[in-house]
Write a protein that binds this ligand. Structure first.
Ligand SMILES: C[S@@+](CC[C@H](N)C(=O)[O-])C[C@H]1O[C@@H](n2cnc3c(N)ncnc32)[C@H](O)[C@@H]1O
Length: 223
């Protein structure tokens, strides 16, 4: 596939997603995508190999001091490594074992604990266990009931006194969904404030991509 264009390789990811969604296997496309990327046969469209700028902004000036952080749907590991560098004790997980393997290979010797796990069925000991939970762009690739469950579960992993940071693409209720990501509506963002979490700040921002992309950057806290 080395003579294919970037756009053709992106289209491969979209087709893989569509095929699995149509066949009722909504989580089944992440692993083949990451493993095809490892072989140079696909690109992972969201893997920019830098930490999320909204996480970098949020974390700036707050040292981890050994507190625990959990990175949801960690992909290639950049957000996890950023927090680790700021002194957080980081666990990072992804449903794709190949993503986890790629993160481990990119950051040999990293103190981050990379784990293959499913946000929809996390290990029991993760419940209310993390001082910081970071969810960037995972919920938006889930649909329907899975999305509602993922929203509830992400919040359930935040420890008493802890924080949930959510970054997601944003849309109005009537806007058309995308083919891979379905941006979140305001009511979906508000739904993170459940099970003892309260919204601290919900920002509706446009970044400087061309054309600009609208996103939610939202912080929630557990008393
Ligand atoms: C759009 S990507 C975002 C990756 C990364 N957070 C980033 O910002 O670059 C969504 C990630 O979530 C992972 N993922 C999807 N469903 C998941 C689930 N149920 N549990 C854990 N990870 C999941 C995918 O494998 C993928 O790495």
């Amino acid at each position: 596939m080395s003579d294919t264009t970037e756009e053709e390789r992106r289209e491969y990811a979209r087709r893989l997603a569509a095929e699995h969604l149509e066949s009722g296997d909504p989580l089944g496309w992440f692993e083949p995508l990451y493993s095809a990327a490892e072989r140079g046969e696909a690109v992972v469209p969201w893997a920019h190999l830098v930490a999320n700028p909204y996480l970098v902004e949020w974390a700036g000036g707050r040292t981890g001091g050994g507190r625990s952080a959990l990175v949801v749907g960690c992909g290639m590991g950049d957000d996890a490594e950023h927090l680790s560098g700021l002194g957080w004790a980081v666990t990072a997980f992804d449903v794709s074992p190949s993503a986890v393997g790629a993160a481990r290979r990119r950051f040999p010797g990293s103190p981050v604990r990379y784990v293959a796990a499913d946000l929809l069925a996390p290990p029991e000991e993760w419940r209310q266990a993390f001082d910081l939970v970071v969810e960037a762009y995972t919920v938006q690739v889930l649909r329907g009931d899975l999305r509602a469950r993922a929203i509830r579960t992400a919040g359930a992993l935040v420890a008493p006194g802890g924080t949930l940071l959510v970054v997601a693409r944003a849309r109005e209720d009537g806007d058309p969904p995308g083919r891979i990501a379905v941006p979140l509506t305001r009511s979906e963002i508000d739904a993170f404030a459940t099970g003892g979490l309260r919204a601290v700040r919900v920002r509706d921002v446009y970044d400087d991509e061309t054309p600009p992309v609208r996103r939610w950057v939202a912080e929630f806290a557990r008393a």
